[in-house]
Design a protein around this ligand. Sequence first.
Ligand code: KIV
Ligand code: NA
Length: 264
Amino acid sequence: PSRVRTVHLQQFKDRGERFSMLTSYDAMTTQIFDEAGIEVLLVGDSAANVVLGQESTLRISLEEMVVFASAVTRAASRAMVVVDAPFGTYEASAEQAVHCGVRLMKKSGAHAVKVEADASMADHVRAMVSAGIPVMAHVGFTPQSEHALGGYRIQGRGEAAQTVMNDALALQEAGAFCVLLEMVPADVAAEVDAALRVPTVGIGAGAATTGQVLVWQDMLGLNAGRVPRFVRQYAELRATMSEAVRTYRDEVRSGAFPAQEHSY
Ligand code: KIV
Ligand code: NA
């Protein structure tokens, strides 16, 4: 099957169909998601949390993102691979944003770059797009601004709905091929999707967006921490792995493993 590209995501929107996106950070997981037909794989800066064990996404570097993204692009034969621009590597100017996007794509082979942005960053996005970088714009709750926004909170409630709408429209106008909406009321996300020509993808943004995205460790039940309300758990991998590892330990203790057939 051929590569999912931005034009295909646009076709989902134009036909009133929905696409799926999951985070991915390594080769084996990517193979599973790719074979399952997930259209878009996001090498999220959530790697800081779920892979590196950091408190927030703020401390992950561009070089670290390149390591994860390279593994994902090597293993994805059909999915489109989008890589997050990490905090502090693209905000200062349009020029810095282009430099960041080029480095990410050149060093990892990713097919597009996601930036957390608002209307004030439209020039950054325009410059990236002019340089040939497909840009996904992340609006609503933007985790890299966690401290500026006063923690993990829903954005776009009440009068702030207009801000989310204006950000999305400005970033579409700047050339973003898709707008990601995080933690905004479902009715606001529905209005944004209806107002935009380009597809939207939601996380905690209701069912009306063109696509949905989740962090895979959340949706497959690997994460032991608090899982947000917007997650549905489709498996309990933590329990499965824990049980298997305990059995292994018991069998090593008892001498039941390795058996004859595992020995040379
Ligand atoms: O880093 C990430 O995983 C993300 C998604 C949750 C949208 O940005
Ligand atoms: Na992210």
